[in-house]
Design a protein around this ligand. Structure first.
Ligand SMILES: C[S@@+](CC[C@H](N)C(=O)[O-])C[C@H]1O[C@@H](n2cnc3c(N)ncnc32)[C@H](O)[C@@H]1O
Length: 268
């Protein structure tokens, strides 16, 4: 019943904005764990992608891999990078450290997530600011690469976001983006919005199977973390949100109702 009400309201742009703001403000405020850095579902690379060697101690390696293999689609070394929807900042911290951009700014709607990220991830080329994907507080033609990980499904207007990205990118700048849509027809709408954005589509891939493999591989560790971090009465709801094996998110991705894509776009 609650799911049906939320699904109905999600047709309205104002509700999507409100829902995203409330959800992510509360998550960072009430679960401020400083070693929980990522909020995406993770990525297991294809056999033809160079393996990433990570220390055994790295928590959330699959969500980190989502960032690694997305950023590998172009070089960000010495570039000015903007991440839209940076969440708790783990992806920004990893890329700013491992790939040496000149500057890396993480932008997020939730002030509590921005505050947490600024506290936990301190590095000279990295900072986090509050703002909206639909009104990016950045100068025209000032960014080489925009990174966007599992955030666009929250936006009231994806068209506005894409036009803002086009405005802030330098000529030949890149938008590297991954996200899901809950139904194939909604992914087709997203693809249409991308086609009409004026950005050139360099590559698109259905990475649903990579995300399913990551969810399955990370599941035991994720379930344990939820038990440690989340109050008992919220654990069922949170497990669905976190997409554990057997959740609605996992089941619909597995049966093909939900799809997850990766896009490489360039400003002409
Ligand atoms: C699923 S989380 C992903 C966070 C991060 N990219 C990661 O992979 O860990 C989605 C993020 O998008 C942010 N977000 C949602 N709507 C936004 C908007 N209009 N502008 C900027 N950020 C937004 C949320 O606050 C949240 O941090």
């Amino acid at each position: 019943m609650v799911n049906l009400i939320i699904k109905t309201f999600k047709r309205y742009a104002w509700f999507k904005r409100f829902n995203a703001k409330i959800t992510y403000e509360l998550l960072a405020k009430y679960i401020p764990a400083e070693d929980w850095h990522f909020m995406n579902y993770g990525y297991e690379p294809n056999a033809d992608e160079a393996p990433l060697r990570l220390k055994d101690s790295v928590l959330q390696r699959y969500p980190l891999q989502m960032y690694h293999y997305l950023a590998a689609k172009t070089s960000i070394t010495n570039k000015d990078v903007l991440e839209v929807g940076s969440g708790r900042g783990g992806g920004a911290r990893y890329l700013a450290g491992a790939m040496n951009p000149n500057s890396y700014v993480g932008l997020d709607l939730a002030q509590s997530a921005v505050d947490l990220a600024n506290k936990v991830h301190q590095q000279s080329n990295l900072k986090f600011i509050q703002g909206s994907a639909e009104e990016i507080p950045v100068e025209n033609s000032s960014i080489d690469v925009v990174i966007n990980v599992e955030s666009s499904h929250c936006y009231g207007s994806v068209d506005k976001f894409l036009s803002e990205v086009k405005r802030v990118l330098k000529p030949n700048g890149y938008l590297l983006m991954v996200d899901f849509r809950n139904e194939v027809k909604n992914m087709e709408l997203f693809q249409e919005q991308i086609k009409n954005s004026g950005l050139e589509l360099v590559k698109e891939e259905n990475i649903s199977k990579n995300v399913i493999a990551a969810i399955e591989a990370e599941n035991p560790a994720k379930v344990k973390r939820i038990e440690e971090l989340v109050p008992k009465r919220w654990q069922k709801l949170f497990s669905d949100f976190a997409g554990v094996v057997g959740s609605r998110f996992y089941n619909t991705l597995k049966d093909g109702t939900r799809v997850y894509y990766r896009f490489v776009l360039r400003k002409k």
